[in-house]
Design a binder for this molecule. Structure first.
Ligand code: PMP
Length: 404
């Protein structure tokens, strides 16, 4: 019998999509579900961006583009990425356009490690699940570095020092961070850069897809730290900043690897959608009011959800510094209702209270000693946030009485 490869059988996934399917199935049965599980802005793309896409269609922009993207977008993205990062000297030829930022995770791993050679990749845990699945699928060794609630979901720098060795080829960083909403401060990034000085063979993949959604301080990239520019792959894109997740436009920048990343694209997608590329030129070069309004709205909703969650019995939530995720600690709530862990808690919350969230195990193996967490994507209306957290509180109260 023809069989699938072990590699394909073992391939990880993004459980947000799996839970979304569960939610849709329940919704089809007529259940009333409030969903906080999918990580995307709840806005349409800005009107002027939509108009640019229509102009591209009407103007006959229907063909392939160069694999690295149209010149206009590479120029716009180079200017934009540099200006957002303290004036880094990013040139258009250093920028590669992809069908979203996600493909660059695999391309970066493929470009810096060899299959089965013992090459190691360090990545945040909890973290975006595609890091681990692509490291494993591409035959490198996954080395998770634990994030700690007491450090607002940063890792311990001495832990990083311990994990780097001569086999380490790539360090993946993500700030602001999915799923915790935590970030890395300028000083932490500079300290990481100092540690990396001793390990010149290590590349850095800076997943900066949430760079425009930083609430507390000004955005700072590790590529701005001394000596890090040449070996950092900066990854950013249109998805989160301009509410364009389905348009599939991301951009990565590195002065050495740009031609290599381009070759991967020639081998896979050929190029990103030309229509979306023209729309992204407008998103970058056009007015920024819509992006600013969305950011303001996420900040207001962050404050709303964190305040409400902290009033729920058994729930404690740190204030996330960016993105649109809250990562409350539900260890006590699990104990109160007799749930074995965050995953049982999540399933019961969905089935008994109609509230969809993700559990920590969807973002890597649970960090020892850190307790149980769930993720709320708060890119939802104020009404949904209020009703969802109120259902959560009722669910815990109702079940605490039963358990007691
Ligand atoms: N990195 C992280 C940390 C993300 O959360 C996401 C989207 N969920 C991506 C990358 C991929 O974004 P894109 O839509 O640009 O592929």
């Amino acid at each position: 019998m023809a069989e699938i490869s072990r590699r394909a059988a073992a391939l990880g996934t993004e459980n947000a999509f799996v839970v979304l399917a569960e939610v849709n199935a329940l919704a089809r049965q007529g259940k009333d579900i409030i969903s906080f599980c999918i990580g995307q802005p709840d806005f349409p793309a800005p009107e002027h961006v939509q108009e640019a896409a229509i102009r591209a269609i009407r103007g006959g922009k229907h063909g392939y583009t160069p694999s690295a993207g149209i010149d206009e977008l590479r120029e716009a993205a180079a200017r934009y990425l540099g200006a957002m990062r303290g004036g880094l000297p990013i040139r258009p030829q250093d920028v590669v356009v992809g069908a979203g930022a996600k493909p660059f995770i695999a391309y970066a791993i493929l470009s810096t490690t060899d299959y089965g050679a013992g090459d190691e990749v360090i990545y945040p845990n909890p973290g975006f699940p595609i890091y681990e699945s692509q490291i494993v699928a591409n035959g490198a060794k996954p080395v998770p570095i634990h994030l700690h609630e007491a450090r607002d979901f940063a890792f311990d720098l001495s832990d990083l020092e311990k994990k780097i060795n001569k086999n380490t080829k790539l360090l993946i960083l993500n700030y602001p961070h999915n799923p915790t909403g935590g970030s890395l401060s300028r000083s932490e990034l500079q300290q990481i850069a100092r540690i990396l000085e001793k390990h010149p063979q290590v590349w850095v993949y800076a997943d900066e897809i949430y760079s425009r959604l930083v609430f507390s301080e000004e955005f700072f990239s590790i590529a701005q730290a001394p000596g890090l520019y040449e070996r950092t792959i900066i990854s950013d894109g249109a998805s989160k900043t301009w509410a364009m997740t389905g348009w599939r436009i991301g951009f990565a920048s590195n002065p050495v690897l740009a031609p290599v990343l381009t070759r991967w694209i020639t081998n896979t997608d050929s190029c990103a959608s030309q229509i979306s590329q023209w729309a992204a030129v407008e998103a970058i070069n056009g007015p920024q009011e819509a992006a600013q309004r969305m950011k303001d709205s996420f900040l207001q909703r962050r404050n709303l959800i964190v305040g409400l969650l902290n009033d729920v019995p058994g729930v404690k939530c740190r204030t996330p510094g960016g993105a649109f995720y809250a990562w409350p600690n539900v260890t006590e709530a699990c104990r109160m209702i007799g749930a074995a862990d965050s995953e049982e808690f999540r399933k019961r919350l969905l089935n008994e209270a109609g509230v969809a969230v993700l559990a920590d195990i969807h973002f890597g193996s649970r960090v020892p000693g850190e307790g149980q967490h769930v993720r709320f994507s708060y890119a939802a209306s104020n009404e949904a946030i209020e009703a969802g957290v109120s259902r959560l509180a009722d669910f815990i109260r109702r079940n605490t009485k039963k358990a007691a």
